[in-house]
Design a protein. Structure first.
Length: 61
């Protein structure tokens, strides 16, 4: 059986690395959510312009 001995500096470095990876994952999730929201809002004017014409015609009846 082999044991890997980690000094306190190495253990602390791994701990910091894990913490930084968690922060990066959280930032990526936020950025992806923002991109998806932006794509959705870019498509909204087209979606609503079609419905707006229907609404205008409905009110004229």
């Amino acid at each position: 059986m082999h044991f890997i001995s980690l000094g306190s500096d190495n253990f602390f470095s791994i701990f910091i690395l894990k913490k930084n990876i968690k922060k990066l994952k959280k930032q990526v999730k936020t950025i992806l959510a923002f991109i998806n929201e932006k794509q959705l809002t870019d498509n909204l004017p087209t979606f609503f312009s079609d419905r707006l014409d229907l609404f205008r015609n409905w009110n004229k009846m």
